[in-house]
Design a protein around this ligand. Sequence first.
Ligand SMILES: NC(=O)C1=CN([C@@H]2O[C@H](COP(=O)(O)OP(=O)(O)OC[C@H]3O[C@@H](n4cnc5c(N)ncnc54)[C@H](O)[C@@H]3O)[C@@H](O)[C@H]2O)C=CC1
Ligand SMILES: O=C(O)[C@@H]1CCC=N1
Length: 273
Amino acid sequence: MSIQKLGFIGGGNMANAIIGGLIESGFAASDIMVCDLNEAQLTRFANAGSKTTTQAVDVMQWADAVVLAVKPQVLKAVVTPLAEYAQQHRPLVISIVAAIPSTSIDQWLGGNNPIIRTMPNTPALVKAGATGLFANERTSEAQQQFAEQLFSAIGQAVWVSDENLLHSVTAAAGSAPAYFFRFAEAMTKAAMTQNLSEQQARELIGQTMLGAAKMIMETDESIEQMCKNVCSPNGTTERAVASFESNHIDSIVGQAMTACYERSIELSEQLAD
Ligand SMILES: NC(=O)C1=CN([C@@H]2O[C@H](COP(=O)(O)OP(=O)(O)OC[C@H]3O[C@@H](n4cnc5c(N)ncnc54)[C@H](O)[C@@H]3O)[C@@H](O)[C@H]2O)C=CC1
Ligand SMILES: O=C(O)[C@@H]1CCC=N1
């Protein structure tokens, strides 16, 4: 079965980022249907030319591929009533929901469903997302190719063969834009104490983060060496890096990512069946 019609159950922050990036990459808005209980959330999708509904069953009956994009805490209640439609229509199910394993989603949808679990992130909105993907054994090669094309259209798609690695992907990518935003916020505050305006700081810091990221993605130099290349002996950068080291930056970052990883496992243990 070819996949053309893409449905979303949940039209919030992450769905909006994915849909925005897909339309920007040329995906037809009219081939997208979004379901959300909050009609205000649906307006932006309708304005972009997508179909909208407040009934998840409409998506399940219409779409060739259904993206589950509600919060983990409500997923079971949302999908369980859709089992009969999943069994009849058997769309490809793509979950962006953190922590909930494909086995639980499959059980809640009546069994034997092709499911691809993903862990995307919000830079998808500007086609610079990073997404981890895992396919259960009922997905076809064509379905896996569709998912890869979908998430490659909005950034980098990385397959994992062990679904448990999606906990690690959550810590390293799914949640990680927040780490960089928080770091940029701290840099902006510091820059403003050094008399740059907030706009000047935003432009300089944003471009520097973008440039560093492009160097990581487009060169083969180690990240450690690229850091050393900035540190002129006895210069300015050495002082900044020394300050980071004396404040145990590796420990700070490691503790944060461990907290994220452990919360993902905790949610899985709490919510999976
Ligand atoms: N925000 C992010 O950066 C990322 C989020 N995710 C995952 O994406 C999922 C959604 O997260 P966000 O978009 O941030 O949350 P959100 O709260 O912005 O969006 C969730 C949407 O689901 C809607 N909803 C709730 N119950 C519904 C129902 N019964 N039928 C239809 N829609 C319903 C809500 O009205 C809301 O608009 C979560 O499972 C999260 O773990 C994954 C990767 C990144
Ligand atoms: O914070 C969360 O739970 C979601 C999943 C990854 C990013 N946001």
